[in-house]
Design a protein. Structure first.
Lengths: 383, 180
């Protein structure tokens, strides 16, 4: 049975803006509070996170310092999920009934970089010789995956084509111009087999959610969305992740497999019960691989499913209905909560031209360095 | 401690080579980018890994604690020189700092990286010493490669800085290209 519900949602569009990350977050918070019909002064607990946008609790200055417990969370790409988990635990522990969760970010242009790679567990030589690069890892993983499961490179272009088509339907997306499959397939090669339009970029944006103890959800909303599971997994020894100088010949389950299996167990449902999916598509290959890692399909089945449109908005298993990371970019602190926002919008039936037919359950998944994943399961029903 | 001794005895500078070219193409005055990554013996350049005495898990570079069984008895080991490409990719844009290669935006030609499966040891991440535009042929999954040291850049005193890399063992791939 769900212990927490989402009763208010707010988003600042993703892209590039003149505003600061916290200004975007304050805009999203205002929208979420209004959506739930509550005031900031009603909020009893708060959790927030941002990689480059500063400490979330700084914003109490602008919101009005009320003295509530406000916890800052930073867990890379899983920051949003970690914030949700923290809020749920605070509410379950009795610290308050009504909470706010916020994620926001604003990154410099270009690929993510680290000035001191030793903070990521590798020697400085690793960065010096040019191996400390996120898309390089995804190229390496996708190359092997396509080989193992006989997936044609064209599938990667189809995934990106879908992302930009969905982005066109999402007023909050960054990339709203559809791109033809051929244009994607012939764009500049970045990390073979990944090309320019198959890889997401760091961007800016913010998402806020008003959450509450499940039992009181009806006080705030006619259509509360229940958090049925929120699970985070770090990696097992020998996992094929970013920044691994060596690997064993037998690979353990991936963090995405671990987190998704825990989420299904916690929610008491399986992948066959999910109506809409948001999966980490840092690049096209990631969406393909993650489809199987979270149990949407068997390894190798992606080629047929994607070619037949099963993952498009009108398909049987819609994936990344808001355009995903490819169309929204990745503001690290906000990215995971964007997925939750999109699932809530879909479950409310408020997604307009990108609405999936009558979904009752949704799944979100993030993956990132140094080998972490977090999954949530959201539903219209508390159990 | 034993591992360190083994490393020194196996990888010490060979006096006979100083100032002389070696028929095997040995590099005189190997100047690795970092310590304890690779060294040169009579049969060529080896990566230095660590094997857990308790569970036999091998990692590169050596760790002080085994991630598999949490044992702390890790013995340094010269990894096999030969293995096969497990996966590969290209690096087509000039990486930001802390990348320390000599290239500029104007002359950056890209490079190839991959994991090479070293039998009985582990898969190691490495540069693959093949041209970017020939990577799909010469670094294809399954290609047999061997460890080498390549000149990466020069230090402040003008001495070459070496990094480890893997290079195709036979020119078979080149042969194939010729017939395409």
């Amino acid at each position: 049975v769900s212990t927490m519900a989402i009763v208010g949602i707010g988003i600042h569009p993703f892209g590039r803006f003149d505003s600061t990350a916290q200004q975007m977050a304050l805009s999203a918070i205002g929208d979420a509070l209004a959506d739930a019909g509550v005031r900031w002064a009603d909020i009893e607990v708060a959790v927030g996170g941002s990689l480059d946008g500063g400490q979330a609790d700084v914003m109490v200055g602008a919101l009005g310092p009320t003295g509530i417990p406000f916890i800052n969370v930073l867990n890379g790409c899983a920051t949003g999920a970690a914030s949700l988990i923290t809020a749920r635990n605070m509410i379950t522990a009795g610290m308050g009934d009504l909470g706010l969760v916020v994620g926001f970010d604003k990154h410099p242009r270009g690929a993510f970089a680290a000035t001191d790679v030793t903070t990521w567990g590798v020697g400085s030589w690793y960065g010096e010789i040019g191996m400390f690069l996120n898309p390089q890892f995804f190229g390496l993983k996708a190359q092997r995956y396509l080989h193992d499961h006989r997936i044609p490179v064209e599938t990667l272009a189809v995934v990106a084509e879908k992302a930009f088509a969905n982005g066109e339907l999402n007023p909050n997306a960054w990339r709203r111009k559809p791109l033809a499959r051929q244009e994607i397939a012939t764009s500049r090669l970045i990390n073979d087999p990944l090309r320019q339009y198959m890889i997401c970029s760091p961007s800016e944006g913010a998402v806020a959610l008003v959450v509450c103890r499940a039992e009181v959800a009806d006080r705030y909303s006619d259509n509360p969305i229940y958090l049925r599971a929120a699970e985070l997994a770090s990696r097992k020894d020998g996992s094929f992740e970013l920044f691994q100088t060596s690997l064993p010949s037998e690979l353990p389950p991936t963090p995405s497999e671990l987190a998704s299996q825990r989420a299904y167990a916690a929610a008491g449902i399986g992948p066959g019960d999910i109506d809409v999916w948001q999966l980490q598509d840092t690049e096209s290959g990631a969406e393909v691989m993650h489809m199987a890692e979270v149990g949407l399909c068997e390894h190798g089945a992606q080629t047929g499913l994607i070619a037949a449109g099963a993952t498009s908005i009108t398909g049987a298993s819609p994936v990344n209905t808001d355009g995903g990371l490819l169309a929204n970019g990745e503001p690290v602190g906000a990215s995971g909560l964007r997925m939750v926002y999109e699932v809530c919008t879909q479950l409310r039936g408020a997604a307009g031209p990108r609405q999936v037919a009558s979904p009752r359950t949704g799944f979100t998944h993030v993956y990132g360095a140094p080998g972490i994943s977090a999954c949530t399961i959201l539903a219209k029903d508390p159990a | 401690v034993n591992g360190l001794t083994a490393r020194i005895s196996e990888c010490g500078t060979r006096p006979g080579l100083v100032g002389a070219a070696d028929v095997r193409g040995a590099i005189v005055g190997l100047n690795p980018i970092a310590e304890n990554l690779f060294c040169e013996t009579d049969d060529g350049v080896h990566l230095i890994g660590g094997r857990c005495s308790d569970c036999a898990r091998v990692t590169f570079p050596a760790r002080t604690r085994c991630g598999h069984c949490y044992g702390t008895s890790i013995v340094d080991e010269l990894l096999p020189r030969r293995g096969t490409v497990w996966t590969w990719t290209t690096q087509s844009f000039l990486p930001k700092a802390p990348y320390a290669g000599p290239e500029t935006e104007d002359d950056f030609a890209g490079f190839v990286v991959g994991y090479v499966d070293l039998p009985g040891a582990c898969r190691v991440q490495a540069r693959l010493d093949v041209p970017v535009d020939k990577a799909a042929q010469r670094a294809a999954i399954g290609t047999e490669m061997e460890s080498v040291a390549i000149e990466f850049n020069v230090d402040e005193e003008g001495r070459p800085i070496h990094v480890y890399a893997f290079r195709p063992v036979t020119p078979a791939a080149t042969h194939q290209e010729a017939h395409q």
